[in-house]
Design a protein around this ligand. Structure first.
Ligand SMILES: [Zn+2]
Length: 412
C-alpha cells in the first residue's frame, strides 16, 4: 500500500504560519494531494519515496497564499506606444492579461475584482481556470452599477446620455434598471455585483430600496454583492440591505457601524490606494491629494471604531485602479498600514489577509488557512512576516508559490 506521501507534493521543514492566528511553529511536512491539503504534520520530517515532489523550506516561512480583496485587472490600461485603439475591448483584454503574473509572483494566489470593463475579468477568470493563462484565482464583478452621481458616473456633462463604451461603470437610473443589469451580469457569469455610491460619500446616490433590490436579485443567482460606500447613509443602508461586504465606510457614524456589526457584515477599507495616491500619484492634482489625505484620516477613525465594535475587517489594496497602483507591487501595503495605524499585530493581519479575506472570494472555510482539507494555496517566504509584516507581497522574498496544489512557475 502507498504511504501518505507517495506521488504527492510535500513542503518540508519550514516554520508554519497557518493563517488561523496560531503562533509560528516548526513544521515537518505539509502534504498536498491533488488541490487539497491532505495533512499538516508537525515535528519530525516524514520519509519520502522517489515519487514525492519535495519543496524544502528549511529556514523559511510557510503561510497561506495571500488574498488581495480589491484588485482591478481591466480598469487602468495605460498608454502604450504603437497602440491605435486603446479603448477597444480587445486591447483591454490583452493589457489586463499582463497584470496576472506579477500578482502571482508577489505571493498573491487569489484576487477579488470589484469592477472592470466589458466582461474582460470574467473572461480572464475562465481562461485561468481552464489553464490557458497562468494567474491568480479570480473572483469578479462585471461593470460597476452606478446611479447618476456615483463614482463611476464619469460623463463629462450631465447632458450626456450615457457613459462611454469602455466605462468601468454602467449607469442605472431606476430600481428596475439596477435589477435588470444585475440579472444580465449574473447570466453572463459574474461572481459578484459591484454597486457604487458617490466618490467621497458626501451625497447618497444609492437609496435602501436600490441596494435591497440588487441584493435580492444577486443572491437569487448565487452572486455576492459589494458596495463602494464612503458615506454614512449608504453604509447604514448597505448593512440593512444585507450586502456581503462594504468598501471604505469613511463617514460611517457609530450608529451606522452598530448596524453593520449587528448585520455581521465585513468592511474592507482600502487605505493603501489613498495613501499611495497621496504620496506617489504622479499627476494627481493637489486638491485631489489634499482630499485623499483628509479622507484617509477620517477613514482611519471610522475603521478604528469598527474594529472596536468587533466588525471583521478585510484587506484590499485597490491595485490596478490607476497608473501608480501597478498590479504586483502593493499587495502587502494594506497589511503594513493595518499594523502601523490600527494596532494589529503582524500575525493578526496575516489572518485577515488569508482566512478572513476568503470571504471576498466566496470561499470562507475552504481557502485561506493551512489545515487539512483546505485548498492548497501556499506561499514560502525567506523572511518572517510575523516579525516584519512589510515582507508580505514583496516578490524578492517569495521562494515558492503553490496554487491549487501545483507549484507555480514564477519564471514563466
Ligand atoms: Zn476599486
Amino acid at each position: 500500500m502507498d504511504s501518505l506521501t507517495d506521488g504527492v507534493l510535500v513542503i518540508a521543514n519550514g516554520t508554519l504560519i497557518d493563517g488561523t492566528g496560531a503562533k509560528p511553529r516548526p513544521n515537518g511536512a505539509i502534504v498536498v494531494r491533488g488541490r487539497t491539503i491532505a495533512q499538516v504534520h508537525d515535528g519530525k520530517p516524514l520519509g519520502y519515496d522517489s515519487r514525492t515532489t519535495i519543496i524544502d523550506a528549511t529556514g523559511k516561512f510557510i503561510l497561506p497564499g495571500l488574498i488581495d480583496g480589491h484588485v482591478h485587472l481591466s480598469m487602468y490600461q495605460g498608454i502604450s506606444a504603437g497602440i491605435t485603439s486603446p479603448t477597444s475591448a480587445e486591447f483591454c483584454t490583452l493589457r489586463a492579461t499582463e497584470n496576472l503574473l506579477p500578482i502571482l509572483r508577489a505571493g498573491v494566489t487569489s484576487i477579488s475584482v470589484p469592477g472592470g470593463k466589458w466582461l474582460v475579468d470574467v473572461t480572464l477568470r475562465d481562461a485561468v481556470n481552464a489553464g490557458m493563462l497562468l494567474g491568480p484565482r479570480i473572483f469578479c464583478a462585471g461593470r460597476a452599477l452606478t446611479a447618476p452621481g456615483g463614482i463611476f458616473d464619469n460623463r463629462l456633462t450631465a447632458d450626456d446620455d450615457d457613459l462611454s463604451e469602455d466605462a468601468t461603470g454602467v449607469l442605472c437610473r431606476s430600481v428596475a434598471d439596477f435589477v435588470a443589469e444585475t440579472r444580465r451580469q449574473c447570466d453572463r457569469g459574474v461572481d459578484m455585483i459591484k454597486i457604487a455610491d458617490s466618490r467621497w460619500g458626501d451625497e447618497q446616490t444609492l437609496p435602501l430600496a436600490v441596494i435591497a433590490a440588487v441584493v435580492e436579485e444577486a443572491h437569487k443567482h448565487g452572486a455576492k454583492v459589494s458596495i463602494h460606500s464612503r458615506g454614512s447613509g449608504s453604509t447604514r443602508d448597505a448593512a440593512l440591505a444585507g450586502v456581503d461586504w462594504i468598501f471604505h465606510a469613511d463617514l460611517a457614524t457609530d450608529a451606522d457601524l452598530e448596524a453593520v456589526a449587528a448585520a455581521g457584515i465585513p468592511i474592507m477599507p482600502a487605505f493603501a490606494q489613498g495613501e499611495i495616491w497621496a504620496l506617489h500619484g504622479i499627476g494627481v492634482a493637489s486638491a485631489m491629494r489634499e482630499r485623499l489625505k483628509s479622507q484617509l484620516a477620517v477613514n482611519v477613525e471610522a475603521i478604528t471604531t469598527a474594529k472596536a465594535r468587533g466588525i471583521t475587517l478585510l484587506l484590499g489594496t485597490d491595485s490596478g485602479n490607476a497608473q501608480v497602483m501597478t498590479p504586483g507591487k502593493w499587495h502587502g501595503y494594506e497589511a503594513a498600514f493595518f499594523v502601523k495605524h490600527l494596532g494589529y499585530t503582524p500575525l493578526e493581519v496575516i489572518t485577515l489577509q488569508t482566512r478572513e479575506n476568503a470571504i471576498a472570494m466566496g470561499l470562507k472555510g475552504s481557502l485561506g488557512t493551512i489545515e487539512t482539507g483546505m485548498i492548497a494555496d501556499i506561499l514560502v517566504l525567506d523572511a518572517d512576516p510575523s516579525a516584519d509584516v512589510t515582507v508580505l507581497g514583496d516578490p524578492l522574498h517569495v521562494q515558492a508559490v503553490i496554487k491549487d496544489g501545483k507549484p507555480v512557475n514564477l519564471a514563466a
